[in-house]
Ligand binder design. Structure first.
Ligand code: AVJ
Length: 332
């Protein structure tokens, strides 16, 4: 323990909602997906420690434009966003390494920082603990209350009071099925109070070549990330997946306006687990759907704000219109 420990403990609190999901629920969910036609594995299983590291690597790839584009927009407009209202609590859904919130906090004066509570919400305990320590060191006076939760399932835990700034960066909303996108945003709106702001990062529709390159990088990091989900499933459900038997697949689906990631079986195989009610066959060439990443149009954005009954305070784009940051206000 170093001398800072008690100071850190004062500024950091943690709430854990993750225990709500039991081991057998996880195994059930995995078995259900692998028994379905076509097969799928929920993308929330990407993010074990290794998967989170791989995702961080992805965000630094030359082909993967979303993270750096969103950050550059944030850099440009964070002052405007943060001064729109006197925010006392900042909530971030899917906070990860917290590098985006730092850009926002940089726009706050030292006096303001002292009056802010930051609630990072993430499924990764490591990420939440590590970034909480980093943040209270970097911004003396800031209080951090980490929330371990899967906000897709336990959104009711949405913390904070007063005027809240609720951040949902990285186009993570696009992971949902198209009909769930509106439902989720309406759910957030229901939990918002007058004066709350939703800051939403959305990846935009663009040249298919740019989109597909971003998910088929030359170094094969995205392929590793995709295949790692099988290791995670092995850990969680006791299955016998060998990732060498699968090929990474990522392509744009124009009907649904989304990048889809799949794992394609290179040969016929049998998947078993002592926890499964039966073994599962996978045919050569069969695919397991692992992720959707919806790409939004300007019309989609208007529809979204409309459907949720949130008023658009700002739509901030980069020059190429690759990415959008929406500032949506709850007016009642
Ligand atoms: C974190 C879900 C927004 O969809 O672009 C990156 C995840 N998957 N490369 C995305 C991801 C493959 C990323 N999200």
């Amino acid at each position: 323990m170093n001398g800072n420990h008690s100071v850190l403990a004062d500024a950091i609190a943690i709430s854990d909602f993750l225990q709500a999901e039991s081991e057998s629920e996880v195994i059930d969910a995995i078995f259900r997906g692998l028994s379905a036609a076509p097969k799928y594995i929920s993308s929330r299983f990407f993010y074990d420690a290794k998967g989170s590291n791989l995702f961080e690597e992805i965000t630094n790839l030359p082909e993967y434009y979303p993270t750096r584009t969103e950050k550059s927009i944030l850099q440009r407009v964070s002052h405007e966003i943060i001064t729109h209202n006197k925010y006392s609590d900042i909530v971030e859904l899917g906070s990860g390494d917290c590098s985006k919130i730092c850009i926002l906090l940089e726009a706050c004066g030292e006096n303001e920082i002292e009056n802010i509570r930051y609630f990072p919400v993430d499924v990764s305990e490591d990420a939440v603990l590590k970034s909480a320590e980093e943040l209270v060191n970097k911004y003396p006076g800031l209080k951090v209350h980490g929330i371990l939760a899967d906000f897709m399932k336990h959104l009711q835990m949405l913390p904070g009071e007063g005027n809240r700034l609720i951040c949902f960066f990285g186009s993570t909303l696009g992971n949902l099925e198209n009909d769930q996108v509106l439902a989720f945003i309406r759910q957030i709106k229901k939990l918002m109070k007058k004066g709350d702001t939703l800051l939403l990062g959305l990846d935009m529709v663009k040249d298919i070549r740019v989109l597909e390159k971003a998910y088929n990088d030359q170094q094969g990091i995205t392929a590793k990330f995709n295949k790692n989900i099988l290791q995670v499933v092995n850990q969680l459900a006791g299955t016998n997946f060998d990732s060498l038997n699968f090929q990474h697949l990522a392509f744009f689906n124009p009907e649904k306006s989304r990048i889809e990631m799949h794992l394609k079986a290179l040969k016929q195989q049998v998947i078993s687990s002592p926890h499964f009610p039966e073994t599962l066959g996978i045919k050569k060439g069969e695919t397991i759907h692992t992720e959707n990443s919806r790409k939004f149009s300007h019309d989609d954005i208007l529809e979204l704000a409309n459907a949720a009954d949130l008023s658009i305070q700002g739509i901030y784009n980069d020059q190429k219109d690759y990415f959008s940051l929406l500032q949506l206000i709850c007016t009642g």
